[in-house]
Design a protein around this ligand. Structure first.
Ligand code: SF4
Ligand code: SF4
Length: 427
């Protein structure tokens, strides 16, 4: 049956569809295919599904959307594709067309369109959720990436961390100056992300202290919101994603650098221009915005160029063996591979050991780990085995989402490793 539907987003990435030669190399790399062993899981199969949509031989049904959603957007296929096919971009575009043509279902409409873009309201609901969490859930470590994920995670046996009694932005001033006697060399904006703000505020405080101690004035703009990753990359709601992007661009307009501690937030914000720029003004603004974004390790190594002595390891971690999980969004999306390793190798107070397949996807991938938790756990099991093989005391990473997934998997396996953000190693 031929359809007259207009797939305007997929059309923008049609070149990538045409590049695929069906060679099947991606089968050797795709973490989802390696668990499921079905063609629709792998990049090649997803391309065939999308081509069938365009041809009108397949309809944009919920079943079809589910097949496309069985993807962590890890970019491993794109990195290893001999033809250079950027499958994750096509999948994101297909999700957007599905939402544009069919809309979002009721609960997702509420969460993505009404809750996540409204920071104060969102914070209030997270606070309410923390109250329920305190009453109904045992204290443990685990996951809450966004509120919707938190609610969905209930009942699935996931290990969920406590929502912080005081959010980061309630705990620190908007402008954080270096201590008396330390000159200001840079002024940066800190994009805190939902996780650091609501769940890991101590991490945020450590980052602010680290930066101010090293001659950086840190501004935490009150107008910033969620990066929009779950909305436009996960759910395909580009219209709401655009509103969220505009909010963040405005909040950081006057600042030269935007520092993040979350590789997913950073890469989503850099992707505003690729997916959400619908006119020349937005294209210019989003491009300028993307150019300011630096992952925290990238900023410390490439911009501040700090000596090893600047990395003062907290007493409790001195002498420990530390391994590193490289988030997909850090290594493959942002190209930040060497900087965290350079830091970890240079610190005399710890012993760094590289884990096998450090850059392999951990299976978190935001909403993916909620919709397909069993599949996500299987992917995480392989990561847990890699961590275990190092004999490390601590595994560090640079994405609170990965951190939560690793906490969940190491806890499920009864492993002793402590899971932390790399910046938590320091005083
Ligand atoms: S590796 Fe690239 S060209 Fe080969 S089947 Fe996969 S997506 Fe297509
Ligand atoms: S992005 Fe990752 S999970 Fe998705 S098809 Fe490519 S390799 Fe598989």
């Amino acid at each position: 049956m031929k359809t007259s539907l207009n797939f305007e987003q997929i059309d923008r990435f049609k070149e990538d569809l045409d590049k695929c030669t069906k060679c099947g190399f991606c089968m050797s790399y795709c973490p989802v295919y390696q668990e499921e062993h079905v063609e629709s899981s792998v990049a090649r199969g997803k391309i065939m599904l999308i081509r069938a949509l365009l041809d009108g031989t397949l309809e944009a049904t919920d079943e079809m959307a589910e097949q496309l959603n069985r993807c962590t957007l890890c970019m491993t296929c794109a990195e290893n594709c001999p033809a250079g096919t950027q499958v994750p971009a096509v999948i994101t575009a297909a999700r957007a067309d599905k939402v544009r043509l069919k809309g979002l279902s009721f609960p997702y409409n509420i969460v993505y369109r009404w809750l996540l873009p409204r920071r104060r309201l969102f914070g209030g609901v997270v606070r309410l959720a923390s109250w329920f969490q305190g009453i109904f859930l045992p204290k443990t470590e685990g996951t809450i990436r966004h509120l919707s994920l938190f609610l969905s995670a209930l009942g699935k046996g996931r290990h969920i961390p406590q929502i912080a009694p005081k959010f980061l932005r309630q705990s620190v001033p908007e402008i954080n100056k270096p201590p008396a006697g330390v000159e200001v060399k840079y002024t940066v904006g800190y994009f805190t992300g939902c996780m650091t703000d609501f769940v890991f505020p101590e991490l945020g405080k450590k980052i602010i202290n680290f930066l101010t101690r090293n001659s950086v004035e840190v501004v935490v703009p009150r107008g910033q919101g969620c990066c929009g990753a779950p909305v436009f990359l996960g759910a395909g709601d580009f219209a709401t994603g655009r509103r969220m992007a505009d909010t963040n661009v405005k909040a950081f307009k006057e600042l030269d650098y935007i520092i993040t501690d979350c590789a997913t937030c950073a890469s989503a914000m850099k992707d505003y221009v690729k997916f959400l720029a619908d006119n020349d003004d937005r294209k210019r603004e989003y491009t300028e915005f993307a150019g300011k974004i630096k992952d925290i390790t990238e900023f410390l190594v490439d911009v501040l160029q700090l000596p090893p002595s600047a990395y003062r390891v907290a007493g409790e971690f001195k002498g420990k063996t530390v391994t590193w999980h490289e988030p997909c969004h850090l290594g493959r999306y942002l190209g930040v591979k060497e900087q965290p390793r350079k830091i970890l190798k240079s610190i005399p107070d710890i012993h760094f050991v590289e884990m096998p397949d450090a850059d392999r996807c951990c299976g978190m991938a935001g909403t993916f780990s909620i919709y397909f938790y069993d599949l996500s756990k299987k992917i995480a099991d392989k990561k847990a085995a890699s961590i275990d093989s190092t004999g490390a005391d601590i595994v560090v990473t640079d994405c609170p989402g990965c951190q939560i997934q690793l906490i969940d998997s190491t806890t499920r396996h009864g492993m002793p490793q402590k899971v932390m953000h790399i910046m938590e190693l320091f005083e």
